[in-house]
Structure formats: C-alpha cells, structure tokens
Write a protein that binds this ligand. Structure first.
Ligand SMILES: [Zn+2]
Length: 307
C-alpha cells in the first residue's frame, strides 16, 4: 500500500542510479498520510531512507513521496503560529539581504519559496524590486497582507518567467525540499540576466551539528528529501550552469522562544505550559527577545554563483 504513494528516483544531481544506503526510513503508513509538520530544531523526527550517490556523493532520500503529493501538501500547509518566528526571522533575513547587497546592487530580485516573506521584506527595504513565489497559500497570503509583497502562490516550475528576467534569484532553505533540485536551478539560470546572481542555502549534513546528532539532527526530517554538503551544493549549482561559485555566510538567529516551542509538541507538557509560553504572554515576549546569533555556516551550506 505504501508503495503506491512512493516513487524511486535516480540521483537528483548526476542522474545515476548507483547508491549505498546510509540508513533506513523510520516511517509507517500513518506518517505518510500526514501533511507537513511545523517544528523548530526538534531532534528525533520521522525520516525516509537516506542514500548516498556512489558517483557525486549527494545524499538524498530514496524513495520519496510522489512529487504531486508533496506539492499538494505544501500548497495546503498551515503556517502555524507565525508570531513565534516573526521577530527572529526578520533579523536573520536582514543579514541575508545584506549579503546579497554586497554582491549585487541591481534592481530586480526573485525569491523562490519565499514563505511568509520575511526575506523579501528586508530585500525591499534594501532597495530591491522584489517578487516572491510560494507554494503555501497561507504563507503567501501572510506575505501579501503583512508586508504588501508581490507573491505568486504557484509552483515555480509552472510559472515559466521569460528568459533574462531577474538580476538576483534567491532560494533560502528550498532545495532540500524539492524532488528535482537540478531542474529548479537550471530554470533559475534561464530566467536570470547574464551576469545575474544566484544565492542558495540549505542545511549542511557535513556540518558539526549533523555530525554530532547524526540521525537525530533536526534537519533529518520527512520533508527534507535532499541533504547537501558544501561540496555537493557547489557541485549541483555548477552543474546547472553557474560560474564563480563560492561559499558564503550570513548571521543566522534563533530565539529562546523558538528553542522552547518543541516542548509544546509534547501533549503532556502542552497544557500547563501553553499559556505561559505563548508569544503573547509576558514570559513568551521576553523569550522572543532573547536571540542567539551564530554564523550560518555552522549548520548551513550557502553558495553564491553567477550566470
Ligand atoms: Zn549523483
């Protein structure tokens, strides 16, 4: 029964079908029926079978849920309590906007998988004319309502922007979610202007937290179907036709409130703590203001490349 929901795939970078199994899935039928969960840095989730390509070394989940099911799940994704992440995401994405500004001062910027629009809001403030694409109807509505952003709630690959449309295209924490990351990057290359800038960031399975926590690393999750390192992320970006590809880093942030939210997922703790820790409470507000900043490269691979 599970097989009908799944599809096997070749390596999403090099296209070969030559892999070794790193570890097996811990999911059952029920986990597959579920939509997309919202968790913050919660170790010990559900995950699919992780394999490593024998040729290009990319780690990817194989098999995965059918791409159409994945897209539907994202389209219907509930944003959860955005107030928990708003302040901290606005701060981290400001640093991302500053990073882009260092490389490119041109005008038009497209953010693929823009979520609630925190990065686009900061990019607009930094002077870019922005556009966003987001599968989640609810997140796209938030971006329009809260920040007045121009966001299309459709799959990026179906939009087919004209060639040479944008000076900058960004994909923040997107490639780990998509069944065909190389196809997405090639499409980004097509719609960028000559000399245009790509910025892409994903969790880094070669990073220190991934090495310490292994299968319990918070980025080993059902919804992450590709796991990059700085090497394999650079490879796939170059494979898609980008030049002068190099590692970059921005200032990532996490709030004390975000770190405590996983506690509320436990039903036994939920009731007594929910009122105390909600973002509207005095304690919640205080914990929202306590933020820890760290260099993104600690847990993420970020690449800059040019068309
Ligand atoms: Zn490969």
């Amino acid at each position: 029964m599970m097989d009908s929901l799944l599809e096997y795939r070749n390596c999403p970078n090099c296209g070969r079908n030559d892999f070794t199994v790193l570890f097996d899935s811990n999911m059952d039928n029920g986990d597959f029926q579920e939509g997309i969960e919202t968790v913050y840095m919660l170790p010990g989730g559900r995950y699919g079978r992780h394999v490593k390509c024998g040729y290009c070394e990319l780690i990817y989940v194989n098999p995965i849920e059918k791409a159409s099911k994945i897209n539907d799940d994202y389209a219907n994704r509930k944003s959860g309590d955005v107030s928990v992440i708003r302040r901290v995401r606005l701060r981290a994405t400001k640093s991302q906007a500053q990073l882009i500004k260092k490389y490119n001062n041109s005008t038009s910027l497209l953010d693929v998988g823009c979520g609630e629009g925190f990065f686009l809001f900061n990019a607009s403030k930094a002077g870019f004319i922005t556009k966003g694409v987001e599968l989640s109807q609810e997140a796209a509505a938030y971006a329009k309502r809260e920040f007045g952003l121009d966001v299309e709630a459709n799959p990026f690959e179906t939009l087919r922007f004209p060639e040479n449309s944008f000076d900058v295209v960004t994909l923040w924490q997107v490639l780990e979610h998509v069944p065909h990351p190389l196809a997405i990057l090639k499409e980004v290359n097509r719609i960028l202007k000559p000399g245009g800038l790509l910025a892409v960031s994903t969790p880094d399975i070669g990073g220190i937290p991934a090495k310490i926590f292994r299968k319990s690393w918070w980025n080993i999750r059902k919804i992450h179907v590709n796991q990059f390192t700085t090497k394999t992320l650079k490879d796939i970006v170059e494979n898609a036709g980008f030049k002068n590809v190099s590692c970059a880093c921005y200032r990532e942030s996490v709030s004390l409130l975000m770190l405590f939210m996983p506690v509320l997922k436990s039903p036994r703790l939920y009731r007594p703590l929910r009122g105390l820790l909600c973002p509207g409470s005095i304690l919640g507000r205080a914990m929202d203001k306590i933020m820890l900043a760290y260099p993104s490269r600690l847990d993420n691979a970020t690449m800059i490349g040019f068309k």
